[in-house]
Design a protein around this ligand. Structure first.
Ligand SMILES: *Cc1c(COP(=O)(O)O)cnc(C)c1O
Length: 391
């Protein structure tokens, strides 16, 4: 049974995104792997579906690692990144042949202290460099330093390489270059790939180069998978990277943003100061949890026989004034019980939605016209789990 609000996953769109990315990069580089970024959308059904497609799990914490295991990923199909992996998890994934990209000297120290537990273990190093200098205005921290990885300019990267070379049970196998950016531009990937390839010159037994995620998928007007693949592999070829080296990408939003929508229902309307306020049983908390000011594209019912209204503002159930997520100018009037489908809701929504006023909505997968509930809505019972109340 469908109860609004709910998220709707169009499986055909998800397949299109995944297969077109795989073939775009596969045409340009012989060894290519995708690690799906769990944090972008950690719906258990979704991450288990990626596993059935041969995609690796890209995880950045012990709970994400546990989710990968429970949803069927073997350790050698896990990429463990991030500044807080958990030491036990770090050691386990390394022992079992997964990919671990180190982020700090403290992690290297922990590994050298526990090196006797390891045999022929491999690690990667995440690099940090001044991307803002090469692509002004395009990075998230701007003039502030990036937080992740070993800095190339201050000598940290060289120091990390030397520490690991001195450790006989561990060898460096890869370089990791993920950066979140505002623009996801081809210029960004030119700079990242150049820096990754330069850092790789220090590595003797190079097995993989991981360029991270933060690319566009099927967004109209944005760079295509083909363009990203040509840019990245073009630079790898220029640096004479061996074709035996595996190229890894870690997409999140590029795969999952567009296949998800969010369906809610009109509950009430009001006319105030020349604006028609349209209330729904959905919330901006579910589609833009960080409450950024995006006006979402919405699919509306057929309303051709209705009158036109100057301005309608679609808003949510919460008691937050700015829980408003779409504006319609000179459109047909929405009425109580109309269904509204908010498009492109898959990235950083389900994984970031709060338990605020109402709880997690239902999630439904559409495959060949058939609908399957893959997560039931949370109610008060689920909210109360692990809590103590005074009777
Ligand atoms: C967040 C993240 C990704 C995915 O980012 P998207 O913008 O969702 O593609 C990939 N790799 C790492 C290390 C990340 O932190």
């Amino acid at each position: 049974m469908l109860n609004t609000p709910y998220y709707l996953l169009d499986l055909e769109k998800l397949k299109n995104n995944l297969y077109s990315m795989q073939s775009a990069f596969g045409r340009q580089w012989p060894k290519f792997k995708i690690g799906y970024s769990f944090k972008t959308n950690n719906l258990p059904w979704l991450v288990s579906w990626f596993r059935t497609q041969g995609v690796y799990a890209e995880v950045v914490s012990t709970p994400e690692y546990e989710l990968a295991k429970i949803t069927g990923y073997d350790d050698d199909r896990i990429i463990l990144n991030g500044p807080h992996k958990g030491n036990e998890t770090l050691l386990k994934v390394m022992k079992n042949g997964g990919i671990v990209n180190l982020d700090s000297f403290e992690e290297i120290e922990f590994l050298t202290e526990n090196a006797e537990e390891l045999k022929d273990a491999k690690v990667g190093l995440r690099i940090n460099f001044d991307l803002e200098k090469e692509c002004p205005g395009e990075t998230i921290p701007g003039q502030e330093p990036g937080r992740f990885g070993f800095n190339l300019e201050n000598g940290d990267f060289g120091k990390a390489v030397n520490m690991l070379k001195a450790c006989k049970n561990i060898k460096i196998a890869g370089i990791h270059g993920h950066h979140s950016t505002r623009t996801k531009s081809l210029g960004i990937f030119t700079a990242i790939t150049n820096a990754v390839c330069k850092a790789a010159q220090e590595i003797e037994d190079l097995e993989y180069l991981d360029m991270g995620g933060c690319i566009f998928g099927d967004k109209p007007g944005a760079p295509s998978f083909d363009e990203y693949a040509e840019t990245i592999t073009g630079i790898m070829k220029k640096h004479n990277i061996s074709r035996d080296v595996t190229l890894i990408m870690e997409p999140g939003a590029a795969l999952v943003a567009s296949p998800f929508s969010y369906v809610c229902k009109v509950t009430a309307t009001k006319d105030i100061k020349g604006t028609r306020l349209v209330f729904t049983d959905g919330s901006k908390k579910h589609i833009a949890p960080q409450m950024n000011n995006i006006s979402f594209a919405c699919k509306l019912p057929d309303m051709s026989d209705r009158q036109t209204v100057d301005r309608q503002v679609i808003s949510g159930y919460s008691c937050i004034e700015m829980d408003r997520f779409a504006e319609i100018k000179n459109g047909r009037e929405l009425l109580k019980d109309d269904m509204i489908e908010v498009m492109n809701c898959g990235a950083y929504t389900i994984s970031l939605a709060p338990l605020f006023i109402e709880y997690f909505p239902q999630v439904v997968v559409k495959d060949n016209g058939e609908l399957t509930t893959v997560r039931e809505a949370w109610g008060t019972k689920e909210f109360l789990q692990k809590n103590i109340i005074i009777k």
